[in-house]
Design a protein around this ligand. Structure first.
Ligand code: 13P
Length: 239
């Protein structure tokens, strides 16, 4: 699975042009390719993706039912707009809006309820890695999902070390392997889909995908250029 997280990028016309270019990316049926545009462009892009195999996702949503929540979108809205997934708990949202795994539980449950799948993000900061706490930090980020009794078989986990995001530095193959094995141990599923995210680019993709236990990538910056995104999909398929 290769998912592009466009974050807060693209004006409307650029978003539509980029989605059209992504529709043209050749990929094998077994590779799930998806994009998560800004919420405002989900609806026009749903039309672009109609009758294509590209999955559409939201970058965030909340677990509440319809109601008085200024500025928010809920899981039903994302689903209704044509999304089949929602990223939840991205480190940028954890850092800026104080989201925690506990506070995200209603959103995870609501996303699962709609039939969409959450792409639940976890990852340590540089300081946490340097002090040897990376595995524990990620385990603690995952445990609330289990404690809440959520069906983890429907959840895609994205391991995104905070220090690797947008830095041009990917985690090493050994660190990715160790972390992805830990994630599967903690959730108790050898078959869990675990994506890696953090400076995945056409240059780093082969190395990242050579790590055992990687189920694909969550791609930020490089997903904003269709040729780079296509090169990452191609790297996945030749691994
Ligand atoms: P970059 O690929 O730009 O490092 O971003 C990764 C990311 O945060 C995807 O969610």
């Amino acid at each position: 699975m290769i998912i592009g997280n466009w974050k807060m990028n693209t004006a409307r016309a650029d978003a539509i042009a980029l989605a059209e270019a992504v529709v043209g990316i050749a990929h094998q049926p077994a590779t799930r390719v998806g994009i998560c545009p800004p919420a405002l462009w989900i609806d026009p892009i749903a039309h672009v993706l109609e009758s294509s195999s590209i999955l559409l996702g939201a970058q965030d949503c909340i677990g509440d039912q319809f109601g008085a929540q200024t500025g928010c979108i809920n899981a039903d809205m994302a689903h209704d707009a044509g999304c089949s997934m929602a990223i939840l708990g991205h480190s940028e949202r954890r850092a800026r809006f104080g989201e925690t795994s506990e506070s995200l539980l209603p959103a995870v449950a609501a996303v699962l309820e709609t039939g969409m799948f959450p792409v639940f993000c976890v990852g340590e900061t540089r300081e946490e890695r340097e002090s040897g706490r990376a595995l524990d930090v990620v385990a603690q980020q995952l445990k609330p999902l289990l404690k809440a009794g959520l069906d983890v078989s429907g959840i895609v986990i994205a391991y995104e070390p905070v220090w690797a995001i947008g830095s041009g530095l990917s985690a090493t193959r050994a660190d990715i392997e160790e972390m992805h094995a830990t994630v599967r141990d903690v959730v108790g599923r050898a078959d869990a889909l675990v994506l890696y995210g953090g400076s995945v680019s056409p240059d780093s993709a082969d190395e990242v995908f050579s790590a055992e236990g990687v189920s694909g990538a969550l791609v930020g910056g490089a997903s904003l250029k269709a040729d780079k995104f296509a090169a990452i999909v191609a790297a996945w398929e030749r691994k």
